[in-house]
Write a protein that binds this ligand. Structure first.
Ligand SMILES: [Fe+2]
Length: 135
């Protein structure tokens, strides 16, 4: 897999969200590099944990923002995050059982993340923007 490149179309225009998304992409690239260089499992695990934890933190942040702004599709959005969390925990289990899941995780994250950002995250932009303009 090639390094993930941030593209203009991924920007929501909400600075804090774009910053968090870019950080997730940075961690995915770190994972990709670690896999390429065939570094020891312990190191790969550290990056994996960092990536998973940060992704979860980002989801929680995003959901609280959507709650504050009264986003009408909050439940659907949360379900999408939950489905992804399930994929992550399945992959973590595989990793713990000794399999090398880094390439798979990288692919999953890149496919899912960009699709989620472009389709689902972009849908809440107006709602969140209006909330900030009013408050
Ligand atoms: Fe999201």
């Amino acid at each position: 897999m090639n390094k993930l490149q941030w593209e203009e179309k991924f920007n929501t225009g909400i600075t804090v969200i774009d910053g968090q998304h870019q950080r997730i992409v940075k961690y995915i690239n770190e994972l990709h590099e670690a896999t390429d260089q065939n570094i020891e499992r312990k190191q790969v695990e550290k990056i994996l944990v960092k990536l998973v934890e940060y992704t979860l933190t980002h989801f929680a942040f995003e959901e609280s923002l959507l709650i504050d702004s009264g986003y009408q599709y909050l439940d659907e959005h949360k379900k999408s995050h939950q489905a992804f969390c399930k994929k992550l925990s399945d992959l973590e289990d595989k990793f713990k059982s000794g399999q090398n899941v880094a390439p798979l995780l990288t692919q999953l994250l890149s496919d899912w993340l960009f699709e989620h950002i472009v389709q689902e995250d972009h849908q809440y932009v107006d709602c969140v923007r209006n909330f900030f303009l009013e408050n």
